[in-house]
Design a protein around this ligand. Structure first.
Ligand code: ADP
Ligand code: MN
Ligand code: MN
Ligand code: MN
Ligand code: MN
Length: 381
């Protein structure tokens, strides 16, 4: 007996409908090819507006046709949607505004078509509750000159349509973790072609993916975005998540950013690597240590914004086991994966670079994380 919890005992995994096959998985993948090459008038640009819904965790999108080629996000019109259907407004006053903030090339439609990352505003133009971008932009505007960079490691798992990890044996777990991290081989990693498609789509779109790897649990993967500057780190990561969800539709699998999908296996995080101009300069280690000292004084404040449920999600993940530090304690260390903050070995040796905040959960809102890091470490709030 491996001592691992059987999957049947895990209500998280068993909740939800049990389907034998995703309807998307069995649809023809070639039929659309008959229509994809239909000529669309050159002055008709399809724009997919993407936004974060009222959960602060899930995404929505809708499409519109433009009659011009947008050059920057400011060219794009403000739009609206029914906020009562997304947990962002009441039914009797439901129009909610979408304000375009960042534009990417559309890897699905290509040509001049675009993906548009938006944030959301109520009828009175106040930000909606799940709009953390506004505050993040405000913080960034004040500390621009410090050049804050963020590189976020997005971990996630793939689920089959029965909501169990994709490729896991029926009714049980695969052999214990060990061989899967950065694994190679059909019994170690599942759905690499989805990961490869995502990598390429992101780079095409303009999302700066810096790398990708298989993770500790079978069907768990990671990609890294960045370094991106300030609030752009949030735009880039959200669009990378959108592209992943969208691609996974085609494969008939589900992307889960839940930070602890299966007990007794590694959870999923969104380690956030952070530096300022001073940290990257000679002897920047002094600045890094100053930042860690500031972070040590507001641990719980950060934990509250490092998942969409005020720390509740991270309670399941930051147990002190499985390469995490306890949610209740702040710690920092060189090369330590059991700390809240890790200073990478190479950074300690070169005495400059960046720190890694290992606390953000995989389903965090990067706008909130980036905002908190800038406010604590640069703005001294
Ligand atoms: P780990 O060893 O923790 O798995 P990864 O290689 O997965 O690290 O991710 C490292 C991340 O750090 C990447 O996203 C990279 O872009 C980012 N990064 C590198 N240098 C900096 C820097 N100076 N400031 C912020 N992020 C950085
Ligand atoms: Mn309608
Ligand atoms: Mn990593
Ligand atoms: Mn990882
Ligand atoms: Mn890491």
């Amino acid at each position: 007996d491996s001592g691992h919890v059987k999957i049947e005992d895990n209500p998280k995994i068993l909740s939800g409908p049990v389907l034998t096959n995703s309807p998307n998985a069995v649809l023809s993948k070639t039929l659309l090819g008959r229509y994809n090459d239909l000529t669309i008038p050159a002055d008709r640009i399809l724009a997919t507006y993407v936004w974060i819904d009222g959960t602060g965790e899930h995404m929505r999108c809708k499409d519109r046709t433009l009659n011009f080629i947008p050059k920057v996000s400011k060219d794009l019109p403000v739009w609206n949607f029914d906020g009562s259907s997304t947990g962002q407004a009441d039914g009797h006053n439901s129009d909610t505004f979408l304000v375009p903030r960042a534009m990417y090339k559309d890897p699905f439609r290509r040509g001049n078509h675009v993906l548009v990352m938006c944030d959301t505003f109520k009828y009175n133009m106040e930000p909606t509750e799940s709009n953390h971008r506004v505050k993040c932009q405000e913080a960034y505007d004040i500390c621009k000159d410090d050049e804050p960079w963020f590189g976020i490691e997005q971990e996630y798992i793939l689920l089959d349509s029965d909501l169990r990890p994709f490729g896991w044996p029926p009714g049980g777990c695969p052999p214990p973790q060990g061989p899967y991290y950065c694994g190679v081989g059909a019994n170690k990693v599942f759905a690499r072609d989805l990961v490869e498609a995502h990598y390429r789509c992101c780079l095409y779109a303009g999302v700066p993916i810096s790398g990708t790897n298989a993770e500790v649990m079978p069907s768990q993967w990671e990609f890294q975005v960045g370094p991106s500057v300030g609030v752009t780190a949030g735009d880039d990561l959200w669009v990378a998540r959108y592209i992943l969800h969208r691609l996974a539709e085609e494969y008939g699998v589900i992307v889960s950013f839940d930070p602890k999908p299966v007990q007794d296996w590694n959870g999923s995080g969104a380690h956030t690597n952070f530096s300022t101009k001073k940290m990257r300069e000679e002897n920047g280690i002094i600045e890094i240590e100053k930042a860690i000292d500031k972070l040590s004084k507001v641990h719980m404040k950060h934990i509250k914004v490092y998942d969409p449920r005020g720390g509740k999600d991270n309670e399941r993940r930051l147990t002190g086991l499985h390469e995490t530090a306890s949610i209740n304690d702040f710690s920092a260390g060189v090369a330590s994966r059991a700390s809240s903050i890790r200073i990478p070995r190479a950074v300690a040796e070169e005495k400059k670079g960046y720190l890694e905040d290992r606390r953000p959960a995989s389903n965090c809102d990067p706008y909130a994380v980036v905002d908190a890091l800038m406010r604590t470490c640069i703005l001294n709030e």
